[in-house]
Write a protein that binds this ligand. Structure first.
Ligand code: URA
Length: 465
């Protein structure tokens, strides 16, 4: 019996997993989901297996994704989908109890991974970050780090394990070896408007995270108009879905719901976001980004058993930030993956578009709105994200907010800069002219106080299996 089939059968009692010998019709299963019926584990397992073997076409998978998006999945279906996607590739075994990863559900300017991972690592956590690419209007960790010249995000699993267990920190994209079903479905979802689905997000995140061999995960569930979850109710549903799936697979989960009603930090765009993270690690940079990063990194230290409480974990990572240990680990991570460590002091090594066009305030006052989706979609328009899954990313373009929530703004003062190429000047002017009122709202009254972290839950379920 091959080891994959054995794994599936070993998990059968636990998850009620399918016998992979059965066959079904793709159109029949799509119709079943389209009509709102629950798929059983055999059907889900078969559909994913056949897709990975190229026996189900992208157009059929797209139809299934849309059916799931529209009709949803119950907990049992979500667990079966996670399991099928997880075992579509290799699953690494836990070799060190301090291995903890962090994952965000995605937002605009959401770049905490580059701060959180080195800080947690500086405190003794081993961080196996297998991250995603841009999705919809949100940027992807791997696309961002690839702004660093020569950075190798395509490690083999042998290199991945070597870096993780000898050095404690690795950041790479999904290979064909880790949850290949997710890699392909993720790219399809990005271009078929099927991202904002709790079962699809759960299975996507959990399948690749479970494959890394970590004992637990910190999840940053973004909520607000710039996130996939627009309100607290749906963010809580996603938080429960991730925590319950983690528990089914015997992993510890700390999940926080954090604000994405405006972009996180000030920079949006691949190179610009890397610079902002280095600034935070140098003790500068925007406060909102710093606070969320410390909260998440502290959660990792706590889950790893290296601090007695979450608060004590936050204290430890704050010290690592202040001492420069986090910055040193960021530099080391770049060097370990073939990039130039000196980039932390030489930002000119990153590609930055040559033209910087200001957006000027049309009146004085305070920000009452900075619409993240419009900014995220404009970044895609500039080439900083993908419209088609084959698109190449332009790391050099982006937007930097000069003013943030709560700050006083004078009329005609620059509130943001757009970094772009000469041939995009007309498009940029058109965007400013036509989208300003929709994106920015400046009012005369001071802005209401922003709540950054809404709630946190911790579910301890770790068991060696
Ligand atoms: N992040 C993922 O890895 N997958 C999703 O579906 C959404 C965010």
């Amino acid at each position: 019996m091959n080891s994959r089939r054995k794994k599936i059968l070993d998990l059968k009692d636990h998850l009620n997993v399918a016998d992979p010998g059965l066959t079904f019709s793709p159109a029949g299963l799509i119709a079943k989901k389209r009509d709102g019926k629950a798929l059983d584990v055999n059907e889900i397992q078969w559909f994913i297996d056949e897709y990975v073997k190229n026996q189900i076409a992208d157009y059929q998978m797209s139809a299934m994704l849309m059916a799931i998006y529209l009709k949803g999945m119950d907990k049992k279906e979500t667990a079966a989908l996670t399991n099928a996607m997880l075992y579509s590739g290799k699953v690494l075994q836990l070799k060190d109890a301090h291995v903890i990863d962090k994952h965000s559900t995605g937002g605009v300017g959401d770049k905490t991974s580059f701060i959180v991972a080195p800080l947690a690592c500086a405190c003794g956590v081993k961080v196996p970050m297998i991250a995603g690419r841009g999705l919809g209007h949100t940027g992807g960790t791997v696309d961002k780090i690839e702004a660093v010249p020569n950075f190798n995000s395509g490690l083999t699993l042998i290199e991945f394990e070597k870096n993780l267990y000898t050095h404690g920190l690795v950041l790479m994209g999904q290979t064909e070896e880790i949850a290949p079903a997710d890699k392909r479905m993720y790219a399809l979802r990005d271009v078929t408007s099927t991202v904002e689905s709790i079962p699809l997000i759960t299975a996507s995140i959990m399948s690749k995270k479970l494959a890394e061999g970590a004992r637990g995960f910190v999840f940053d569930i973004k909520v607000g108009c710039g996130a996939f979850m627009k309100d607290l109710k749906s963010a809580r549903l996603l938080m429960n879905s991730l925590s319950e799936t983690g528990a089914r697979f015997n992993r510890d989960v700390l999940a926080s719901i954090t604000d994405m009603s405006i972009p996180l930090g000030r920079a949006i765009g691949n190179s610009l976001e890397i610079i902002e993270c280095i600034e935070i690690l140098k003790g500068r940079g925007p406060e909102d980004l710093k606070q969320v990063s410390l909260h998440l990194a502290g959660g990792m230290v706590y889950l790893a058993g290296l601090a007695k409480t979450h608060a004590a974990g936050i204290e430890q990572v704050t010290k690592a930030l202040n001492s420069g240990a986090g910055l040193a680990w960021f530099k080391k991570m770049i060097e370990l993956q073939n990039g130039p460590g000196e980039i932390v002091d030489r930002y000119e090594m990153l590609p930055i578009a040559p033209i910087k066009t200001p957006i000027l305030a049309r009146k004085k006052g305070y920000f009452h709105r900075i619409a993240p989706i419009d900014l995220g979609l404009f970044l895609v328009e500039l080439g900083g994200g993908r419209k088609r899954k084959e698109d190449k990313i332009d790391h050099s373009v982006g937007i930097v907010l000069e003013k943030n929530w709560g700050e006083k703004i004078k009329k005609d003062e620059p509130i943001a800069y757009i970094y772009h190429h000469p041939h995009q000047t007309e498009m940029v002017q058109y965007f400013i002219q036509n989208s300003y009122e929709q994106i920015f709202k400046i009012s005369s009254s001071p802005s209401p106080k922003r709540k950054l972290i809404f709630e946190t839950t911790i579910k301890r379920s770790f068991k060696h299996v």
